[in-house]
Design a protein around this ligand. Structure first.
Ligand code: FAD
Length: 455
């Protein structure tokens, strides 16, 4: 009898343990279920939906090359999958573990009704398995990374199966177009199309490019004007490539690649935090964040919109927010600056920023997004202090963002390097908005809010 492979954020054929296992057992039915209905199931944002559409298209083509195809169904996983098992007389379901709270609930619910075999493969080490000597999970990144690193290398990658046996008859599949994952009116995805190619082959191309520049990563990764990082994040999020494969390719390249691998380790760390604190995406982990007098009302909403649209009057923040809107991605250093600006300069609740990133990032990831927002805000279990307030203008200079600003804020393109980070009122072009708030005033307001919350 056929075996079902339940695909989620693991849209690849190579180093995909669920597919490898199922392929050795007989006919395979690969299924993707779009679940927008289950309560507490966080619906994907717009940029992620765009990516998903193309990633599923690419996976279906790859499956067809192996004699198989992808079956699409829409609805609650815990209803769709048992019904499918019955319809086709399947013997079991294979899938990879996922750790978002809604996926863990779905796994439990599906597993109660039918045989569900879960495999590891989307993290360097299974989340929850890296613990202290006394078996407790780590809360802080550095000791977590040390312990994880001691367990490396990860297992060798599994090869892509040569062929995947088809069932005698295929069950009915939705037409992907009917899911309306792509934007139409307006079609805001032009920048995403220019910048990205979703799918496993493109992920491998990004990895090859990273291997060629990995020796410069440590020095260059914080400079947003350079393309020094891997751009692998959306591919990793959708599981188009496994972190183990990345680990082996980068380690084989030689040189000082520890910094890069440490970033991939952050991804594992974030997932470990979510496993301990499932509502990390919506609840501050520390006091007194719930008592902070976050701004609200029409003025704060207008400031939030200016931040979202890249009109804060701070060039580095605006460049980042426009890059995000245009390409669905933002450089990590600039993500930190822009996030800090929202939380501390504008005194707007970090959750509003988390939600915007969730909707607009192609790599929007529940764990990585929440952990990094809480880190930046200072509310996380391992984080910066709230009172340490990043100065966007000096960050922009320090990390040499002039060319980056010219790319994304064309109103400022004619300013010399010395002025572009912090254009003086006299040279600031009229077309560029004035600052929402002066840096010093913002700092004082944030510190006063902190003192008020602590009282
Ligand atoms: P590289 O520098 O090439 O790093 C390689 C890989 O390591 C990345 O692809 C990513 O999977 C992982 N990684 C790197 N830095 C981090 C980090 N700080 N935390 C977790 N994993 C990391 N990353 C996401 O994947 N999804 C998110 O939703 C997300 N939200 C963020 C929100 C904020 C406020 C901040 C400050 C950071 C966020 N990040 C998020 C982390 C980081 O910015 C991106 O992973 C990185 O910029 C992706 O680019 P890259 O693939 O070129 O990274």
């Amino acid at each position: 009898s056929p075996v079902i492979v339940w695909l989620r954020r693991d849209l690849r054929l190579s180093d995909q343990p669920a597919i490898a296992e199922a392929a050795g057992k007989g006919p395979v039915i690969p299924v993707y279920v779009l679940d927008d209905e289950t309560a507490r199931h966080r619906a994907m944002g717009g940029a992620s939906r765009w990516w998903l559409h193309h990633s599923l298209t690419s996976l279906d083509a790859a499956l067809r090359g192996k004699g198989s195809r992808l079956i699409l169904r829409r609805g609650r996983c815990e209803e769709i999958l048992p019904a499918l098992v019955e319809e086709i007389g399947a013997s079991e379901i294979h899938a990879l573990h996922h750790y978002e709270p809604w996926w863990r609930n779905a796994e439990k619910a599906v597993g109660k009704r039918i045989g569900l075999c879960l495999h590891h493969g989307n993290y360097l080490a299974p989340p929850g398995s890296v613990t202290t000597g006394s078996g407790a999970p780590y809360k802080i990144y550095t000791p977590f990374w040390r312990a994880l690193n001691e367990r490396m290398p990860p297992p060798e990658s599994l090869p892509c199966p040569d062929a995947i046996t088809a069932p005698e008859t295929w069950p009915q599949s939705d037409d992907l177009a009917s899911w309306n994952l792509l934007p139409t009116r307006p079609d805001w995805a032009g920048g995403l199309r220019d910048f990205w190619v979703p799918g496993e082959t493109a992920a491998q191309t990004r990895l090859d490019a990273l291997v060629a520049k990995a020796h410069r990563y440590k020095e260059d990764r914080d400079l947003p004007s350079l393309d020094a990082t891997s751009f692998l994040s959306p591919h990793l999020h959708f599981g188009e490539i496994s972190p183990a494969r990345i680990w082996h390719a980068v380690s084989d390249a030689g040189g000082s690649v520890g910094t890069f691998l440490g970033e991939v380790g952050w991804r594992d760390y974030a997932q470990n935090v979510i496993l301990q604190f499932p509502d990390y995406g919506s609840r501050s982990a520390r006091d007194p964040f719930d008592s902070l007098p976050w701004r609200s009302g029409p003025e704060a909403e207008a400031d939030l919109r200016a931040w979202q649209q890249g009109r804060t009057g701070y060039p580095i923040v605006d460049a980042g927010m426009r890059q995000l809107w245009h390409t669905g991605w933002m450089h990590n250093r600039v993500r930190m600056i822009a996030a800090s600006f929202l939380v501390k300069h504008l005194l707007i609740d970090w959750r509003r920023g988390e939600q915007w990133f969730w909707d607009t990032l192609v790599d929007a990831d529940y764990a990585s997004n929440a952990v990094n927002w809480q880190w930046t805000a200072g509310s996380g279990v391992d984080s910066n202090m709230f009172v340490r307030i990043m100065a966007p203008l000096s960050q922009s200079e320090k990390f040499d963002a002039a060319a980056y600003i010219r790319d994304w804020v064309p109103e400022l393109a004619d300013l010399p390097d010395a002025e572009i980070h912090d254009p003086a009122p006299m040279t600031r072009p009229r077309s560029y908005p004035p600052r929402l708030i002066d840096h010093r005033a913002a700092r004082e307001r944030a510190l006063a809010a902190w003192e008020q919350a602590r009282r």
